[in-house]
Design a protein around this ligand. Structure first.
Ligand code: MN
Length: 250
């Protein structure tokens, strides 16, 4: 059989996209299994070759997502799906952060419980241990009332709200959303899953520590150094979380 030159060209990219979607499905299961998302929350990954596109699940519980449920969405929030399926109302979190941050390749939005208190009080979320140095010195808080007024349902359901959230995130790795949840960003699926999980761990530890005394947080330099250290070891926790998630949820 004569090799089809065109398909040989396309094959490596198809393979790359399949592998990316497989990791996105696993990430959905990990985030559910580790208690970061429940029936709500979502993770996306930037398309590796098409500009202004990303992959995200259709509107459904993250723990149940399969490869067949992954859709392609553009940076205007328009879903490109032959079956006309709908993605999440809050897909604008992803579209506008991808637009604003070329360094970001994957985004998690969750309502993980321990983070919420730090969006509604004067206590700021700060890195408390060497696993969460990525939080840096500032964890910005998004106040939706500044854009949507006093009567919104708190959801990021438009380009305008997505843009204002991306603006508050700035160059940070995590932003809290007052009375709602948080968003974490990363250069890869593995990095953003790590960050989403340890944002929740940090919040839990900070709440515990504040009960018994004044907290000694990482310095900015320690945060930077520990963040760089963690990035070298992303494969190790991923392998464990993947195994745990697949053995409990298939
Ligand atoms: Mn939400």
């Amino acid at each position: 059989m004569i090799a089809d030159f065109e398909s040989l060209e396309i094959y490596p990219m198809t393979h790359e996209i399949d592998a990316l979607i497989e990791d996105l499905v696993i990430a959905n299961k990990i985030l559910y299994n580790e208690g970061v998302v429940d029936g709500f929350g979502h993770i996306s990954v930037r398309h590796p070759s098409l500009e202004n596109r990303f992959f995200i699940a259709k509107s459904m519980a993250p723990g149940l997502v399969t490869a067949q449920d992954i859709l392609e969405c553009d940076f205007d929030g328009v879903v490109h799906d032959p079956q006309n399926r709908k993605s999440y109302v809050e897909r604008f979190i992803h579209s506008e952060i991808f637009r604003a941050r070329p360094d970001v390749n994957s985004i998690v939005h969750s309502h993980s419980a321990s983070v919420i208190p730090f969006g509604v009080t004067s206590q700021r979320l700060r890195p408390i241990c060497h696993m969460s140095g990525f939080l840096g010195s500032q964890t910005p808080i998004y106040e939706i009332r500044h854009t949507a007024g006093e009567t919104s349902d708190l959801l990021i359901n438009s380009q305008k709200l997505g843009k204002s959230l991306a603006n508050i995130l700035g160059s940070a790795t995590v932003a809290l959303m007052r009375g709602h949840g948080s968003v974490a960003v990363g250069t890869s699926i593995k990095q953003v899953v790590y960050r989403a999980i340890y944002t929740e761990v940090n919040a839990k530890l900070q709440l515990e520590s504040m009960k018994i005394g004044t907290v000694d947080f990482l310095t900015d330099a320690e945060a930077l150094a520990t963040s760089a250290m963690a990035d070298v070891h992303l494969d190790r926790p991923w392998a464990l979380w993947k195994e745990k998630a697949l053995s409990s949820h298939g």
